[in-house]
Design a binder for this molecule. Structure first.
Ligand code: F1P
Length: 350
């Protein structure tokens, strides 16, 4: 099979996968799934590894934005090694949400065991299920069967599911309607911008930095991880305005700077990206609405042009980094379906 065919197919099929997941979500008993937890009564702690950790960050930010309750994200390893730093205080006041596509990641399974021993109930979300799906009565398994080593549709589907739950527990039906519009929105954007991303990936970069603020920051992190995983390339991520405080010294014409630009911080964030263009970087701008000034400055401007709340667009913002990683990998003669040194699941002895 052609290099990258599996991963690229699964990236492009996300509109269909999202439609199936939304049908599954509509059939849920959200109250039972969340063990009747009211948002404000608990600190919601989202936990995962790798891509699923960045998903946890995006879910926590979404939860705070939608419900106003306390939420945070912690890598499973931190829960195991430094629990006091992660969730100090009363076990009874936290409601952990464990995230694992495979349901086989050792660190996540170990956290589930620690929680069971401490009688702490948790919500689990998975795609493959496996042993993980037997560890909690509160478990959501999505109809996502993903062959690729790297996570693409599993990331966006589980994020959408966690946003759906947050919107439902806070009775925000307009936001749920925004999620329902995503499959059609992405289906319309892919044919326009997929070829542009492929063309951008033909340029050879020595480094890449993906920038974002607020709820988009975890999406910049996941974008960088996709480029690292799928193309074995250097890629970093920063809060956009932080990039001026030192990291911009890496900028040259061999460096790609990608800005995932929010509506709330548009002026400040787009200014950074245009400054980096002046310093010689190749720039990629992704925003819901792109000003003529930024469009003239960026090497590639991806304008989502959607009416739904920006928070509902996180799953669309990440698609371009998924594609970029695979296309850069192909340009380097690598196979994104079988990334160097990576396996689909990280399992640890003992
Ligand atoms: C987590 C993970 C992925 C990574 C790779 C190895 O998997 O670290 O983020 O891309 O596939 O596994 P999971 O716990 O969500 O199955």
């Amino acid at each position: 099979m052609r290099y990258g065919a599996i991963t690229l197919r699964e990236i492009s099929n996300q509109p269909d996968v999202w439609l199936r997941c939304l049908q599954t979500l509509d059939a849920l008993d959200i109250g039972r799934l969340t063990a009747g937890r009211r948002p404000f009564s608990y600190r919601w702690v989202f936990i995962g590894c790798g891509t699923s950790y960045y998903l946890a960050q995006a879910a926590a930010a979404s939860f705070i934005s939608l419900t106003g309750a306390f939420a945070c994200a912690v890598p499973a390893s931190e829960m195991l090694l430094y629990p006091g730093l992660s969730v100090a205080g009363d076990d009874g006041a936290i409601f952990p949400v464990l995230i694992s596509r495979s349901g086989q990641t050792s660190e996540v399974l170990q956290v589930a065991e620690v929680l069971r021993r401490r009688d702490v109930e948790f919500l689990g979300i998975t795609c493959d299920g496996n042993e993980f799906s037997q560890l909690s009565p509160y478990m959501l398994q999505l109809p996502v069967s993903e062959e690729s080593t790297v996570m693409t549709s599993s990331f966006t589907s589980m994020l959408m599911a966690l946003q759906y739950i947050a919107a439902k527990v806070s009775r925000q039906d307009e936001f749920v309607a925004g999620l329902r519009a995503l499959p059609k929105a992405l289906a319309g954007l892919l044919p326009v911008y997929l070829p542009e991303v492929e063309q951008l990936s033909q340029r050879s970069f020595e480094d890449a930095a993906f920038l974002a603020q607020g709820v988009l920051y975890p999406i910049a992190s996941e974008t960088a991880l996709k480029v690292m995983e799928s193309s074995s390339s250097y890629a970093q991520f920063f809060h956009t305005l932080e990039f001026r405080h030192g990291p911009k010294s890496i900028v040259s014409e061999k460096v790609l700077v990608g800005g995932l630009i929010s509506e709330a911080g548009y002026a400040e964030e787009s200014a950074v990206l245009m400054e980096m263009k002046e310093l010689g970087a190749c720039t990629l701008a992704i925003a819901n609405c792109i000003s003529p000034e930024l469009r003239a400055s960026a090497d590639l401007a991806i304008e989502l042009a959607q009416p739904m709340p920006e928070l509902a667009l996180l799953s669309i913002y990440v698609v371009w980094g998924q594609l970029l990683g695979s296309y850069i990998g192909l340009r380097k003669g690598l196979n994104p379906d079988s990334p160097r040194h990576l396996s689909r699941v990280v399992t640890l002895e003992g």
